[in-house]
Design a protein around this ligand. Structure first.
Ligand code: ADP
Ligand code: MG
Length: 349
């Protein structure tokens, strides 16, 4: 994992400074907790009398979801689903996992397989987020590609069970689980009567309300080309999820080439769609998470078409040649950090 959270940590600090400056000495201090879950730095920040209890419960809930959905440890239920692949049996799962799997299938269909959680064997073969990443051989990639097919993930909703049709198939929820966790944290905060909170799961950001003074939260959109985690622009949000998928987030280099972690199920290689990042802005962070990965793989034209076909979904596409394309709903909320700089911003209507 490289540089992943610098920009995001910056924006959390940015947000809290904004709050302190904006309220003229209001004594209310947020409760802030941090941990390392789901392979990334998780920060929750909440305001209000019950914020401490809510934040504690939120962290517990994230750990619980990690335990269910991780495939890095042997005991998780998605791991059990994978271990039973091809044996015909349906595996009992929690309603959390069923809900995430169902949503994953929805976005697999909408993206015509560009987002596909049965990508597991390919993720494993590349090992991009591990200590030993490697470029698999062409034969290996061809063999593995045949195993990726979301239609082989069968869910029995009545029974809360699921199965994978063929031996060797594996679900990997790395492109969607953090999004679901973000939504669950917001649910907890709401149940505690909290009206102002900010959650950041390694760049999966969810804001509940605005800042306590009523103004918007500022979310920095990372410059994909910056080594220092600098931002191309700032997005103002209230009650929104902001999730970015970028080729600079996790990668390794071999023989002068860079291989990143967003894989194209159709080629078997890291996606080369001409994009450096896609940021999705919408209500639910699970939708934003799946869509940011899907749109990244689809590329600018098809990704934009998908985003624009969906109600309440906005996006920022940053191309490898430093063009920023925003959907019209972000016209008043996105500001370029350096308007005279090398990035050019275009609005898509
Ligand atoms: P991040 O995990 O850095 O937030 P993403 O949400 O884009 O980034 O998810 C990338 C992760 O999703 C990868 O690490 C891998 O586990 C998984 N993944 C990679 N390619 C795909 C794909 N085409 N469809 C679904 N999941 C993917
Ligand atoms: Mg994603």
């Amino acid at each position: 994992m490289k540089n992943k959270s610098i920009c995001r940590i910056f924006m959390v600090i940015f947000s809290s400074l904004g709050f302190l400056a904006g309220c003229g000495g209001n004594p209310e201090i947020p409760v802030e907790e941090q941990g390392f879950y789901m392979g990334t730095v998780v920060t929750v920040k909440a305001y209000g009398p019950k914020a401490q209890r809510a934040a504690d419960e939120a962290m517990k809930r994230i750990r619980d979801l990690q335990d269910k959905m991780t495939i890095q440890a042997p005991d998780g239920e998605i791991q059990r689903l994978n271990a039973s692949a091809g044996n015909g049996a349906y595996v009992p799962l929690s309603s959390d996992s069923i809900h995430v799997l169902k949503t994953a299938l929805k976005y697999a269909r909408l993206s015509r397989g560009s987002f596909d959680v049965t990508i597991g064997p390919l993720v494993q073969a590349w090992g991009i987020s591990t200590q030993n990443p490697q470029v698999p051989s062409l034969t290996e990639i061809e063999r593995i590609k045949k195993m990726i097919n979301y239609q082989d993930l069968e869910i029995n909703e009545k029974e809360n069970t699921a199965r994978l049709k063929n031996t060797g198939q594996m679900v990997d929820l790395g492109g969607i689980a953090k999004g679901y966790a973000g939504d669950e944290v917001v649910k907890i905060f709401k149940a505690y009567g909290i009206e102002s909170a900010f959650v950041n799961l390694g760049g999966n950001v969810v804001a509940l309300g605005g800042k306590p003074d009523g103004s918007s939260w500022n979310v920095g959109i990372q410059d994909p080309g910056a080594q220092d985690g600098g931002c191309t622009g700032v997005l103002k949000i209230k009650d929104r999820a902001v999730v970015t998928s970028g080729d600079y987030e996790r990668y390794f280099e071999k023989d002068g080439l860079r291989y990143h972690h967003i894989l194209d199920p159709k080629t078997g290689y890291p996606s080369k769609s001409g994009l450096s990042s896609v940021t999705i802005v919408t209500e639910k962070s699970m939708d934003a998470d799946a869509l940011s990965t899907a749109a990244f793989v689809l590329g600018l034209a098809e990704g934009l078409e998908l985003v624009q076909s969906l109600e309440g979904v906005e996006a920022i596409f940053i191309t490898g040649d430093r063009q920023i394309h925003i959907t019209s709903g972000l016209r008043d909320s996105f500001t370029l950090a350096d308007p005279g700089g090398t990035y050019q911003c275009h609005e898509k209507t």
